[in-house]
Write a protein that binds this ligand. Structure first.
Ligand code: G3D
Length: 182
């Protein structure tokens, strides 16, 4: 009887909360704006932190966009303590000069106890640019195969053309479904 009652109850929409991290200029804000269907050209640089809420495929996403400038990266830790279902890490694939720095920052984040086991999507952004490294090249150069303490994936994307963006969200929804079955 209870099951029958459950069947007629309106289904609560799923919610995924998380953090969008990466070095400054990686494209975090542009990606979030693109998720929301907002204009992605000529954005002012993110000063401090802001959060974005949007609905995608019957799921509410609440994502904190944390500014990537070196001077404010130390404040990221305050946000690690929030309840996080995902980490979205954005890499500027065209910036091979800062690839090592972004790799260090990523591994530093993964070591935070509060974020232990939190699923990770790495967006290899700016694939529309000729000099962009491919997702495979980034995977290899950052030794991403060493990440074995959580579910993770790397997705090639361009926030400008929107190519690849939805694959990351689809993966997170799938991952969240799997986790809620456990
Ligand atoms: P951030 O929030 O990580 O600091 P932004 O980065 O979203 O502010 O983006 C930094 C710059 O990269 C912006 O250029 C933005 O237009 C550009 N950008 C973001 N994503 C892409 C992409 O996929 N392809 C290309 N070609 N550029 C991208 P400006 O010129 O405004 O500084």
């Amino acid at each position: 009887m209870n099951e029958l009652f459950d069947f007629f109850k309106p289904k609560k929409k799923k919610e995924i909360k998380g953090l969008v991290l990466g070095l400054d200029n990686a494209g975090k804000t542009t990606i979030l704006k693109a998720f929301k269907g907002e204009t992605v050209k000529n954005l002012p640089p993110t000063k401090g932190f802001n959060f974005q809420k949007f609905e995608y495929n019957k799921t509410y996403f609440t994502l904190w966009d944390l500014g990537g400038q070196k001077s404010i990266r130390k404040f990221w830790e305050d946000y690690y303590q929030k309840e996080n279902d995902c980490i979205i890490y954005v890499v500027d694939s065209s910036d091979s000069y800062r690839l090592e720095e972004t790799g260090k920052e990523l591994y530093n984040i993964l070591q935070q106890p509060e974020l232990s086991g939190v699923p990770l999507v790495i967006y290899a952004n700016k694939q529309d640019l000729n000099m962009a490294l491919s997702a495979d090249e980034i995977l290899e150069q950052l030794n991403l195969d060493d990440i074995n303490d959580r579910n993770w994936t790397i997705v090639a994307c361009s926030a400008l053309t929107k190519q690849g963006l939805s694959s990351g969200l689809d993966w997170l929804i799938e991952c969240n479904n799997e986790n809620s079955k456990k």
